[in-house]
Ligand binder design. Structure first.
Ligand code: CA
Ligand code: CA
Length: 361
């Protein structure tokens, strides 16, 4: 019986070795961080009563870190709350066990409890920030990260719209936030996983039709928005579905720029970027650039003229081969940036698609 079982085991191992997929990233993954074994934040750490297993240990500190509470649950009984009413809060997962050249996706479901909508209130940093807006409904916030760039993900809240929080000292010498927005963010269902070959297939944009979100699009943000908000979800003028993305250039600015969420790309491939667009002003020349990782340099640029009616645009670009010194790696993430000119101009985007061109042949 034992011999039969051993033989069967050997056969299974041999089969697995032979069937090793071309992308080893598709093999079952070991958890990259202790919190991955407790994604819904349900289980208590016996070594730290009152704190969840795998999460940083600042629960018990007053006015710092996060709360572990039933009030923040999306699934199960418990969740995590960042209450920034008195100042910014952070939650950092560090010493993550990441392979240097692999791409990972960190995600967490969140909702916010404040009335006044804000465009960038939950910040995910790995190593730079991706910015998420207030959302009354549970929304998934995600960030792509490369193992060689960082070994940590930080979630931060800033209870202040567009800019730095300002503090004054009160009579007791305590720092108090001025003009802050009371902000509570509930978090649950955390995930960190290595991307598989499937993640590089299909439309690489999240929320490509801008159908999700309250007032601001999750994962997209305006670059020049100090003092203004710059981008909105628009339910009046759209190409399809119920909403589009509206970009506003302030009256005292000559351009507005818009940055997409992070897109997973592979080296030495051809991609097809398409989108529907319209602009308020005639002859609006929209500049489009693709940036790899956090580089301020771009590896593709094109300028199109947006029409005053909804028009589809199609662009094609190539990523560099890994053998090229400038290549960001076998897999990497990129962002698309749209620059819209014209003081007081408005542009709309809808039905974004970015697809590996091989899939269309
Ligand atoms: Ca939970
Ligand atoms: Ca739409």
């Amino acid at each position: 019986m034992r011999n039969t079982r051993n033989a069967l085991f050997a056969l299974i191992v041999a089969t697995c070795l032979c069937a090793e997929p071309m992308h080893s990233a598709d093999a079952p993954q070991a958890p990259a961080a202790p919190f991955a074994a407790n994604p819904s934040v349900e289980r208590e750490d016996p070594a730290r009563p009152g704190s969840p297993i795998g999460y940083p240990g600042s629960v018990s500190r007053q006015n710092a870190g996060y709360q572990w509470t039933e009030q923040a649950a999306r699934s199960g009984r418990m969740g995590v709350r960042l209450d920034s009413t008195e100042g910014g809060r952070t939650l950092t997962f560090q010493d993550l066990d990441l392979a240097p050249d692999a791409l990972y996706r960190f995600s967490v479901w969140y909702r916010t409890r404040q009335q006044d909508p804000q465009p960038r209130i939950l910040w995910l940093r790995a190593p730079k920030y991706a910015k998420y807006p207030t959302s009354r409904e549970w929304t998934k916030a995600t960030i792509l990260l490369k193992g060689s760039d960082t070994d940590r993900v930080t979630l931060a809240t800033l209870p202040f719209e567009n800019g730095r929080a300002k503090y004054v000292e009160d009579a007791q010498g305590e720092r108090r936030l001025v003009n802050g927005v009371p902000l509570i963010v509930d978090l649950d269902d955390f995930e960190l996983r290595k991307l598989t070959s499937q993640d590089f297939r299909g439309n690489l944009f999240q929320n490509p039709g801008f159908e999700h979100g309250d007032l601001f699009p999750p994962g997209w943000y305006a670059v020049y928005s100090a003092g203004q908000r710059g981008i909105f979800l628009d339910d009046r003028d759209k190409h399809s579905g119920d909403k589009s993305l509206r970009v506003e250039v302030a009256e005292d600015k000559s351009t507005q720029a818009l940055t997409s969420n992070r897109l997973p790309l592979e080296a030495d491939q051809v991609y097809h970027l398409s989108f529907w667009m319209k602009a308020k002003e005639r002859f609006t020349e929209v500049n489009i650039r693709l940036h790899a990782g956090e580089s301020s340099d771009y590896f593709f640029e094109e300028t199109i003229e947006a029409e005053q009616d909804w028009t589809r645009h199609d662009l094609f670009f190539e990523t560099l081969p890994v053998s090229n010194r400038q290549s960001p790696g076998r897999t990497f993430y990129a962002t698309v940036r749209f620059r819209i000119p014209g003081q007081g101009n408005v542009a709309w985007l809808d039905d974004m698609a970015l697809v590996n061109f091989d899939e269309e042949l």
